[in-house]
Design a protein around this ligand. Structure first.
Ligand SMILES: CC(=O)SCCNC(=O)CCNC(=O)[C@H](O)C(C)(C)COP(=O)(O)OP(=O)(O)OC[C@H]1O[C@@H](n2cnc3c(N)ncnc32)[C@H](O)[C@@H]1OP(=O)(O)O
Ligand SMILES: O=C([O-])CC(=O)C(=O)O
Length: 371
């Protein structure tokens, strides 16, 4: 029995939700380049959950269901005030808050598909409210109630800042949500599927997935990219800092990928948004620094940027605090996790791989006084 470190190359399940074939990403057969330009995030949620694009009335119904379910139990909001909110990572808070939502859902343990679909709506709707409320409460501000006439993307930015976003901001954020929604069997999605394959509940699956996304080798990389850009601080410093990091064999956050070899198709869309938004903000340096880092890392190491690299300067330009970048990723990827959870339940088998044992051979027990 031999193992593959990090399960590289192992095909662990079948899925009809998204595919990565020859560096092309599709959601249910629709090329991500097509969806990034044309689709709303709500359409993508529907696509992932139903494996087809919605008709107009189905889309309207989903939007209404999301709007109707955005309110979060007061006890969950109050719990943010029970610890030193400024010292915790928002992903840790989100992990607990989503788990806590399950305690207030009377259907949490009901396993019928219709009940699980209702839970998907509730979680997808409430996760925006949780992230924005956390962001405001820790800054001494009151949470803002959503506006039912705004899109999912616009509502998030509105609930965070109190201002209805400009059209270009809404467009950029919607695109970011579309691009992050699903990605085949990435680590957090696999985690969600493993959790629910024990026939545990939907809240457990999403909570487990949030924990997996938090790490800097996965969703946590976008925050680390912004930390690196902030530390480098100017285009003139890029070459020296990046060359030093490469010489020290440090990983450059936002580069490399387990599956893509020629490049992540999502990165070009985020790069273009970064160019536009940093220009509007008069802060082109974030884009210029990013492009220079990209040239060096891709040039020297043949490691192209992944989805997390240019999303950092995009979110920064949307006035999102840096440690909220990964929660933003989570609120988009929740749509994918919920699709995979549903798919796992619909054709379930316990996920239980084997380990290649590399410990000592058979040993006889020695009583404690004789060791
Ligand atoms: C949404 C997402 O999750 S996208 C990924 C987000 N994560 C990051 O951006 C973190 C930085 N990137 C990485 O750590 C990796 O590229 C991962 C985790 C994404 C993929 O990891 P793996 O497939 O396991 O590749 P692994 O880490 O083994 O790297 C293979 C080689 O490329 C190098 N490498 C990979 N990524 C990088 C990087 N970002 N910077 C420098 N070198 C790198 C490794 O050092 C290793 O070199 P070696 O063979 O000389 O030891
Ligand atoms: O697929 C992966 O390994 C990581 C990734 O890009 C994602 O989750 O979007």
């Amino acid at each position: 029995m031999t193992s593959s470190k990090g399960l590289e190359g192992v095909v662990a399940t079948q899925s009809a939700i998204s595919s990565i074939i020859d560096d092309t990403l599709t959601y249910v057969g629709y090329d991500i380049d097509d969806l990034a330009v044309n689709a709303s995030f709500e359409e993508v949620i529907y696509l992932l959950w139903h494996q087809r694009l919605p008709k107009a009335e189905e889309l309207a119904e989903l939007k209404q269901q999301l709007a109707d379910n955005m309110a979060v139990p007061q006890a969950v909001l109050d719990h943010f005030k029970t610890y030193d909110i400024k010292s915790v990572h928002p992903m840790a808070a989100l992990r607990t808050a989503v788990s806590m939502l399950g305690l207030f859902d009377e259907e949490a343990e009901v396993m019928e598909p219709a009940a699980n679909y209702r839970k998907a709506i509730k979680i997808q709707a409430k996760i925006s409210t949780l992230v924005t409320a956390f962001g405001r409460i820790r800054n001494g501000q009151e949470p803002i109630a959503p506006k039912s006439d705004l899109s999912f993307a616009a509502n998030f930015l509105y609930m965070l800042s109190g201002n209805v976003p400009e059209a270009i901001e809404e467009e950029a954020f919607n695109k970011a949500l579309v691009l992050h929604a699903d990605h085949e069997l990435n680590a957090s999605t696999f985690t969600a599927r493993v959790a629910v394959a024990t026939l545990s509940d939907v809240y457990s699956g999403v909570t487990a997935a949030i924990g997996a996304l938090k790490g800097p080798l996965h969703g946590g990389a976008n925050e680390q990219v912004m930390k690196m850009l902030t530390e480098i601080s100017s285009v003139d410093n890029v070459e020296k800092v990046i060359n030093e990091k490469l010489a020290n064999k440090e990983k450059i956050m936002g580069f490399g990928h387990r599956v893509y070899r020629k490049g992540d198709p999502r990165a070009k869309h985020l790069r273009e948004m970064s160019r536009k938004l940093t220009k509007i903000r008069g802060e082109e340096k974030w884009y210029d620094m990013s492009v220079k880092i990209d040239e060096i890392v891709t040039g020297q190491k043949d490691l192209p940027p992944n989805v997390d690299f240019y999303s950092a300067s995009v979110y920064h330009s949307l006035n999102i605090e840096h440690d909220l970048f990964t929660p933003v990723f989570a609120l988009s990827r929740t749509s994918g996790w919920l699709a995979h959870i549903q798919e796992q339940y619909s054709n379930n088998r316990l996920i239980r791989p084997r380990a290649e044992y590399i410990g000592p051979g058979l040993q006889a027990y020695v009583p404690v006084e004789e060791r």
